[in-house]
Design a protein around this ligand. Structure first.
Ligand code: DGP
Length: 112
């Protein structure tokens, strides 16, 4: 298991958990880019959004269901942003599918 987020999902590397169910784990990002910066990951290894297929795409729905629960729990009443960086040009640094949930400040557009 040579994947940081697989190790976090397995509890081998500690994280500050926000939400967890059978399929999904959410924890605070080590390098927050907003007052609230949570990473939501599938517990099973999928490398990136580019690896989503009809066979594994249900996890994306589970992740967005978790995002709505987390946003409610963290009182992001004014809104939030969900981002998934994909591949080197997309700015992905950890090759395990993850969604950044950012909130607590006004977001800018376009992102850098
Ligand atoms: P990305 O660059 O989109 O692949 O996002 C990866 C994020 O993961 C980045 O914001 C920093 C965060 N990160 C990397 N390693 C760890 C870790 O060990 N623990 C936590 N909580 N976050 C991590």
């Amino acid at each position: 298991m040579d994947c940081i987020f697989c190790k976090i999902a397995a509890g081998i590397i500690p994280s500050k958990k926000v939400y967890e169910n059978e399929h999904v784990l959410a924890f605070y990002d080590l390098d927050p880019q907003a007052p609230v910066h949570v990473l939501i990951i599938p517990k099973t290894h999928i490398t990136s959004a580019a690896e989503i297929t009809p066979e594994n795409s249900a996890i994306v729905a589970r992740i967005f269901e978790a995002a709505a629960v987390i946003a409610e729990k963290l009182e992001l009443k004014d809104g939030f942003r969900i981002v998934s960086n994909c591949g080197p040009a997309g700015g992905q640094s950890v090759p395990h599918l993850h969604f950044h949930l950012l909130g607590g400040r006004d977001m800018t557009w376009p992102p850098g």
